[in-house]
Design a protein around this ligand. Structure first.
Ligand code: TRP
Length: 360
């Protein structure tokens, strides 16, 4: 089925659990900035309810980071004139839709979801209940706790996030693709069950650079791994993080030669490839490095400068914006009002086909 009858609506969001970093920038923020000029209706959501699914014991963290992620988005150029900013918890229809969508997804489907499995592991949640286990649980898993129901079900609430707005384009990081598969599944099932094309089946869009390596050489830059450069980092912190970057272990002296395979694992050059617009200059530097003409410090100095040139204006805009909380509140209130209009229209259709529209 095509999405032709649906106007093009873009929706995306972040969990407010920490400051956004360069991995978020290349993975999704720069995409948001580009997409808002291509589509009439764009929504940006602070996923506070989703953040609480594994932070129920730390609501202050989620509260504090709400403003941080909004500032990060505004500072990189997500423009409130083009994109409606709203907060998930302020749209009660999302909670309502989540409950109705829960009937369309199985516990098994969710516990086998690759994103949920990976994230559960990182958080120390066991997806297997003691009753399911034939054998005694192993010693090492004794510190695992059960998985919160809300966390297991967050793909269902993400379906509600996306579908209340009838969004058909969702820019996210590639690690979210299995979750978006659940979102599409809910849209298709709902339309089939209730015999009407209420929801578009949303497409995900990834950016060109889908994953930024961590400063330590780990496959992914992430806040929890402590290997990411935040958009709000001070120049001193940026310099320090670049100094500590993983390079080529075999290069001990400046004069040591390095193969191109080894160079491929060098984080400094991987970042230069992405953030330095002078590709020719970077290629020259790589040759000198491989031929034993320069050591780590030259590449690191260049990268520090490149990142400062990129991040200084972002940090300054962020500081400027942070001085005017009333303006941010107005942006959010307007976005919330707009989101609720879409939500009310969608709920009316959903109640009708689900036959819970008793008193019209
Ligand atoms: N799960 C997303 C993430 O962790 C955040 C998110 C919540 C989201 N709801 C969304 C992204 C809806 C896109 C659309 O990055």
């Amino acid at each position: 089925m095509s999405n032709k009858e649906f106007p093009k609506i873009v929706l995306t969001g972040d969990r407010p659990t920490g400051p956004l970093h360069l991995g978020h920038y290349v993975g999704s923020l720069q995409n948001r900035v580009a997409l808002q000029d291509q589509y009439d209706t764009c929504f940006y959501m602070v996923a506070d309810v989703q953040a609480l699914t594994d932070n129920a014991d730390n609501p202050q963290k989620v509260r504090d980071n709400m403003m941080e992620v909004v500032l990060d988005n505004l500072a990189v150029g997500v423009d409130p004139e083009k994109t409606h900013f709203f907060i998930q918890s302020q749209i009660p229809e999302i909670a309502e839709l989540t409950i109705l969508f829960q009937n369309l997804v199985t516990v098994q489907q969710l516990s086998h979801n690759p994103t949920i499995k990976t994230e559960a592991e990182q958080k120390g949640y066991s997806l297997q209940s003691k009753f399911d286990q034939r054998e005694e649980p192993e010693e090492q898993s004794s510190n695992l706790q059960g998985v919160p129901l809300g966390f297991l079900a967050y793909p269902v609430s993400q379906a509600a996030d996306v579908l209340f707005a009838k969004a058909n384009i969702v820019p996210v990081g590639e690690d979210q693709e299995p979750v978006m598969e659940v979102v599409r599944d809910v849209a298709r099932k709902f339309n089939n069950l209730y015999g009407k094309e209420i929801f578009p089946v949303p497409k995900t869009i990834f950016s060109e650079v889908i994953r930024l390596v961590g400063t330590d050489g780990n496959a992914k830059a992430s806040k929890s791994l402590g290997n990411a450069i935040s958009l709000s980092d001070t120049p001193e912190t940026i310099e320090k993080k670049v100094k500590g970057m993983f390079t080529c272990p075999s290069k001990v002296a400046v004069t040591d030669h390095v193969t191109s395979e080894e160079l491929a694992g060098n984080v400094v050059f991987q970042y230069l490839d992405i953030f330095d617009s002078d590709a020719g200059g970077v290629e020259d530097l790589k040759k000198q490095y491989m031929n034993g003409e320069i050591g780590d410090s030259v590449g690191k100095a260049r990268l520090t400068q490149v990142l400062l040139d990129f991040l200084n204006p972002i940090r300054e805009r962020r500081e400027e914006l942070a001085k005017d909380p009333a303006k941010i509140e107005k942006i959010l209130q307007e976005g919330i009002a707009r989101a609720r209009e879409h939500a009310a229209a969608t709920m009316a259709e959903v109640r009708e086909v689900m036959k819970i529209d008793y008193f019209k």
